[in-house]
Design a protein around this ligand. Sequence first.
Ligand code: PHE
Length: 468
Amino acid sequence: MSQASSLAAGSASAEATSAAGRVQWSTRMAFILAAAGSAVGLGNIWKFPYITGENGGGAFVLVYLACILIIGIPVMMAEIALGRRGRHNPAQGISSIVKEAGAHPFWKIIGGMALLAGFMILCFYSIIAGWAFAYVPKAASGAFVGASADEIGAMFGGMLADPVGLTIWGTLVLAITMWIVSRGLQGGLEKAINTLMPGLLVLLLVMVGYAMSTDHFEHGLEFLFAADFSKLTASSVLVALGHAFFTLSLASGAIMTYGSYLPKNVSIVKTSLLIAFMDTAVALLAGLAIFPLVFANGLEPGAGPGLIFVTLPIAFGQMPFGTAFGAIFFILLAVAALTSAISLLEPTVSWMTEKFDMSRAKACALTGLLLWVGGIGVVLSLNIGAEWTLFGKTFFDMLDYLTANWMMPLGGLMMAIFCGWVLSRETTIDEMGMGKGLLYKAWLFTLRYVSPIAIIVVFLNALGVIQL
Ligand code: PHE
């Protein structure tokens, strides 16, 4: 089995190869689960609620949903198609498509930038995933039982103030991610995701149920869904756009690499819609579970990255079976984060194995080491180095800001233009597999005009060139 394709290995049927000789996902479901595993992660449960809180609620959520619909979904389809067409890691895959299409070499930048964005995200993603891991023993030991909001806030603050602890948990996350990616255990992963996703959904529903029992459910609902556009700023629109990319795992190599293992007969349209739907549902459920608790406990919706690590433990400390629910919840969150982290590491590893003919193990070790160094920078941003800022942003803030708000939308813009304008219609018709009827035309129109114009308008608005 070739090194580059051993990701898809693990279950015997996964070793079915395409005409081009590349190992592929065992089934359509395997791809959907892996892509959904990539999409659903900290972005949905940790980031979505806290940025919604910071950006005023309803109007922000509406813009985010619009971005998913008119930009995220069409770009996701384009990205999967590019991955499948390239049949390689993002850099070489895009390169070969550029060559095949006789396009300007400039377009190769799409692949390189995606690899870089994925790497930068994983630097901080592993540290935040470490928070979820750290909360498993906390929850299981009953540390939240009867604790006040202040005490739980202090627990979170204590964790952030401890660079050694954060490093240990982050290292654990990286080590597990490297181990899984180096072994190409996709078969086992498929199974893990299979039980994890429904489990996460059930627990989120339990938490929403609990939130309903507080007398602030309506308040939470109103915060999430009543749009007050006066609260929307140029930068919050940019954050909403960036988050649509982040939460769907776009423009960072992940979806493109997973798409490169996709058999030709699988419908890109249906799978993209399904993944986007699941992803959005999980984010909204997380919001519904969290905001009523925020208001019921007199907390600040704009409290920042600690939001779920403070609100949910309060609930776990008060509800029946809270210790068990809390432990299970953080285990599920940790696994959801791991399946995303795996998809963030895979593109770089597949690039190194294919480009430099390196073994997967070596590529994982090397990338892991670099990620670990980046992770230390992120850890220090949270405590000792909180004052070390550039343009008022710590290293962690900078990684998050640059990737989500600029690199990913820019990558998405380039993919939309490349697929919509540069590639021939024959190529996209062939790859999308939805005929050349109305559906295809609607997709192409969105990709050619709607998505690029929307992204450019948000960019210009954020830069202050125009005012919405
Ligand atoms: N989509 C993941 C999440 O929401 C994060 C991610 C971004 C994963 C980019 C892969 C690539 O948590």
